[in-house]
Design a protein around this ligand. Sequence first.
Ligand code: FAD
Length: 419
Amino acid sequence: MAGGSTIVLALEGQLRLDDQPAFHEAVALAQRQGGGQLVVLASRPVDQRLRGPHQRRLEAQALASLRARLAVEAIPLLHFPQQSRQEALTAMRPLLRPAAVLCCQESRLFSDWPLAAANFPRVFSDFRRRLERSPEPPLPPPDLSGLGGAGQHLPAAWLQPSPAGAAGASLGPPPDAHPCDPRSAFPFSGDEPSALARLHHYFFNSDGLHNYKASRNGLVGVEFSSKFSPFLGIGSLSVRRIWQELLRYQALQGNTTDEGSEWMKQELLWREFFIWCEQCHGAAFHAPGGIQGRPAQGRLGQGNADWERFRRWTLADCGHPLIDAQLRELLATGYLSNRGRQWVASHFVNELRLPWTWGARFFEWMLIDAHPALNSGNWAYLAGVGSDPRSFGGSPRRFDLERQLRQYDPQETHRKLWT
Ligand SMILES: Cc1cc2nc3c(=O)[nH]c(=O)nc-3n(C[C@H](O)[C@H](O)[C@H](O)COP(=O)(O)OP(=O)(O)OC[C@H]3O[C@@H](n4cnc5c(N)ncnc54)[C@H](O)[C@@H]3O)c2cc1C
């Protein structure tokens, strides 16, 4: 039986060592109790819905990398993908009674309400204008030396990294079960070193950030936007690390106004806004009437014809060539540009006249960067029930797809690539 001085650290979906306050707490606790052994637990985070194939592939890559890095210090990583933290701890109890259980938190710019919860703004511009605090700085990776050794008290099956391991303690599908499509705009591995390398490349080793304001509406390729979202979605990158590197980039520019980096700050604040907005509104945030509490546009989506249109849409066969090309990219890679997502969602609500919650749920399964708050927040915005100020008391915004195509893809590069 392992116990006594064992500290369990539950990752709660945050698959990295950088900027993890709970790891620092574990080190401090071990020091206070005169020593200790760390066990890292990767269970299903509270409230996490089912993850689809693309996101699971990244998750497996991030876990394999983290497991190897912890193994250098002889710290075991146990993976209970189907079980919550509490269920995993209960399953482990006959053999492991920890002195303490510490939990990682999702990476956010602010650890507490950036604006009073009671008066939280419904629109982004109010959120940004009223922010008075600066984002909090990241912590460095922890020094875990001397915290290893707990693995020798645990059954070998719990320590197996492969699906051949114990029931409930496997890594799920191996990383290569869903190989990356060569056309993917996200050709990276999901692990933390890859995330930090991408961050460094985009900010300092390329013109990516400098050009971001002009390029971010691109549809094809790797460099038109940062591609941080898949790393953020599985917690292999910290948003505070991104913000700090942004400030470092701006300092290196001599603090002259750099449109690219200012725009990037804006997008990271959008992420923050939706995360806190979801926390503020709870279930209403994901409900058909959204935070406006109004009936969703369009019909209720109960008839057979609606189901059929939806079924065909999930197969990238909705009949609109531009949208079908976007959906084909989504199915094959899990990634879709922000502009592409906007087109697809707007078409789903306004032309197919299907309930936005159906589209959002399908995206959540298929996206390589699926994040419930960001996904529902954006879908509800486009469905006219969320935080789009133009939609309050009015209709959802409607994209003129032919015009959009002329503006953003006049050569039809995207459609040709995904036909
Ligand atoms: C219908 C719809 C569904 C979406 N679902 C998700 C989702 O499940 N997960 C997700 O991470 N993003 C989602 N987004 C937001 C956005 O499309 C992606 O964050 C972005 O395309 C990811 O690529 P990137 O990291 O290269 O973005 P960049 O343009 O480089 O932006 C940098 C970061 O800013 C944040 N960001 C950018 N745009 C938005 C936005 N509109 N809302 C909130 N944060 C933003 C993201 O964290 C992103 O990684 C959705 C957008 C729409 C329209």
